[in-house]
Design a protein around this ligand. Structure first.
Ligand SMILES: Nc1ncnc2c1ncn2[C@@H]1O[C@H](COP(=O)(O)OP(=O)(O)OP(=O)(O)O)[C@@H](O)[C@H]1O
Ligand SMILES: [Mg+2]
Length: 239
């Protein structure tokens, strides 16, 4: 019997993204002519040294920043020319973000930080609460729902940030150096969590890192140097 190839749907396709920053009279390249396509279900890393353009590219792909030129198609829709309001809606409903420093709201509990993402989308209080508790349990923080960020460790705060990113069931999670402020053991556990969410829930991940131990965890490795994608390869079959 012939084996049937696994067909994956293209989730995102970027063509020729260029983003230049103006610094006084100087122009600084953030990314230059970056093109890539990401399928649903991928577990990919953006690797590259400091200043290579990882944050700039993630911000453009996540509609947090607007490139000077290039096109971006997300879930079959050209999102390059959307208004700020429409971009915010795509971010809120279809994307999840994890940043280096969790960016939790200090006066809110873990559960409130997570459910806020749903309140904004006008879910009822009860639905927001139950889904936030479910997401916190999925990241191993059951029982810590009522803690505020300053009563959590750095690793636990990142887990709350992951719960906040997954609670709205996004199509894609973008994580910019999510382990950069964690020690190596906590970093490893956070990547274990990404891996588990990817395998069990089928969440698509694109994260950035310059740590070889984190980079080797991804199934696909995209290397950036001086704002350009210099290599893009599958390093192991995704689960
Ligand atoms: N707001 C800005 N204004 C001017 N230049 C910027 C700005 N943001 C980034 N750059 C420049 O764009 C280039 C890419 O920066 P970027 O932050 O995307 O790199 P990175 O790979 O994320 O680096 P790091 O690993 O240090 O986070 C660098 O040369 C940087 O100095
Ligand atoms: Mg960066």
């Amino acid at each position: 019997m012939r084996s049937v190839p696994i067909l994956r749907a293209v989730l995102l396709s970027a063509q020729g993204l260029t983003r230049t920053y103006r610094l006084g009279t100087q122009m600084v390249t953030g990314i230059s002519e970056a093109s890539l396509s990401l399928d649903a279900g991928e577990f990919a890393v953006l690797a590259g040294p400091s200043g290579s353009g990882k944050t700039t590219l993630l911000n453009c792909l996540g509609l947090l920043d607007t490139p000077d030129s290039g096109t971006l198609v997300f879930e079959g829709r050209d999102v390059s020319g959307l208004s700020d309001k429409e971009r915010a809606r795509v971010r809120r409903e279809r994307l999840g973000f994890v940043f280096q420093n969790s960016q939790l709201i200090p006066v809110l509990t873990a559960e409130e930080n997570v459910s806020l993402a749903l309140w904004i989308r006008e879910y009822s209080d009860a639905e927001s609460k139950s889904r936030a508790r479910e997401a916190l349990a999925a990241v191993g923080l059951g029982g810590m729902e009522d803690r505020k960020p300053d009563a959590l460790s750095g690793g636990q705060r990142q887990r709350v940030a992951v719960a906040r990113a997954i609670v709205g069931k996004p199509a894609l999670i973008l994580a910019d150096e999510p382990t950069a402020s964690l020690d190596s053991e906590t970093s490893r556990k956070l990547l274990d969590l990404f891996d588990a969410l990817h395998t069990k829930l089928g969440v698509t991940f694109l994260f950035s890192s310059h740590d070889p131990r984190m980079i080797e965890r991804a199934a696909r490795r995209i290397d950036l140097l001086d704002g350009k994608i210099v290599s893009d390869r599958i390093v192991r079959e995704a689960a």
